[in-house]
Design a protein around this ligand. Structure first.
Ligand code: PHE
Length: 340
């Protein structure tokens, strides 16, 4: 019996040496260790032996069984490791190959300028308010002290949507809407698109304005000048020259346009094409709110005062980036937009 066990051991080990796959391994397991296997067969006859012999043979049989099992496990582990190494080699990724370029968009230059402008004014305590692009005659004109025969109402300036309904020609109607629904003090800015029948290098039928309005009990022209000068210095640098030039708007009195020293030529005596040799560039209209505007919204002009301004965002962007044609801002030409 002992011989028989050793023969099984040698045969099993030799067969395992020649075995190269899972199916073969399973066949060998059944052949030697299975319920009808050779080793099991030998062990079945062990009961007929003397106790002394039985222990000895039992011990050898267990050793053989353990040995064969261990060898099988070792083979399986070895094959798994080899398989893993093979697939790692096959699926190897070259991390040094350059990746696929994914084009990434960016904010439109107008929106970059708008965001910066809003940030400067909100830092000074202004609150952002919005209003409708389609306006009625009353808010766009009448309440702003623009009488029915005012040239600004003429067809060539205004897009009419219907009788008494227009595309707003400025953001000033939001002054009216805000004052109608609230009491002073007020400190608001109103960014938004505005529309005029106009189309050339410096005019687009749709462009962007930012309105400002500050109303309280003691607001004077010095506040207007202080706020607007602070804005210019924050936007274009603290050494940028500022000048207020008398002007006219129906809804402000007195009125002024604000010029800054040309950011292209630095206000040199000789000037440049952008400032047309003047050394100055206009960026906004402003003034003290007209008493008739306060009356229209039910404020008492004896008790409140305020200033307003309207700033061309397109103009600010053109000056900041040296863009010489406003239409570039609205053509969605990627060759242009990618530069920002
Ligand atoms: N609404 C004026 C315009 O569009 C600008 C402006 C606003 C002027 C507020 C004075 C006060 O030209």
């Amino acid at each position: 019996m002992e011989h028989e066990l050793l023969r099984i051991r040698d045969e099993a080990l030799a067969a395992l040496d020649a075995c190269h796959d899972d199916d073969g391994l399973e066949a060998l397991r059944l052949r030697f260790l299975g319920r009808k296997g050779e080793l099991t067969g030998v062990l079945r006859g062990i009961g007929e032996l003397q106790p002394e012999q039985r222990r000895k043979i039992g011990e050898i049989a267990n050793q053989v069984k353990t040995l064969v099992e261990e060898r099988m496990t070792a083979l399986r582990t070895q094959w798994q490791a080899e398989q893993r190494a093979r697939s790692l080699a096959a699926e190897r990724i070259d991390i040094t190959i350059p990746g696929n370029h994914r084009p990434c968009g960016s904010l439109h230059p107008l929106h970059q300028v708008l965001d910066d402008t809003i940030a400067i004014f909100t830092a000074m305590g202004f609150e952002v308010v919005r209003g409708p692009d389609i306006e009625d005659d009353y808010h766009n004109f009448a309440a702003l002290n623009i009488p029915a025969d005012h040239p600004a109402r003429e067809m060539q300036d205004t897009f009419f949507v219907g009788p008494e309904v227009v595309l707003r020609t400025h953001t000033s109607p939001v002054q009216i809407r805000t004052m109608e629904s609230r009491q002073p003090p007020l400190q608001i800015i109103v960014p938004g698109s505005v529309y005029r029948v106009d189309d050339d290098v410096t005019h687009s039928p749709m462009f962007m304005q930012l309105e400002g309005l500050m109303v309280g009990s003691d607001i004077c022209f010095a506040h207007l000048k202080g706020v607007l000068t602070s804005f210019v210095h924050a936007m274009y640098g603290p050494n940028t020259p500022v000048r207020l030039r008398p002007s006219y708007f129906p809804f402000t009195e007195p009125s002024a346009e604000l010029d800054i020293g040309c950011v292209i030529c630095g206000g040199r005596k000789t000037g440049c094409a952008v400032c047309k040799g003047s050394g100055w560039m206009e960026i906004l209209g402003s003034g003290m709110v007209h008493p008739n505007v306060f009356r229209a919204v039910g404020y008492d002009p004896e008790k409140v005062s305020g200033f307003a301004f309207g700033l061309g965002i397109d103009r600010i962007a053109m000056l900041r980036y040296g863009i010489d044609d406003i239409r570039l801002l609205y053509e969605s030409d990627l060759r242009f937009l990618r530069q920002f």
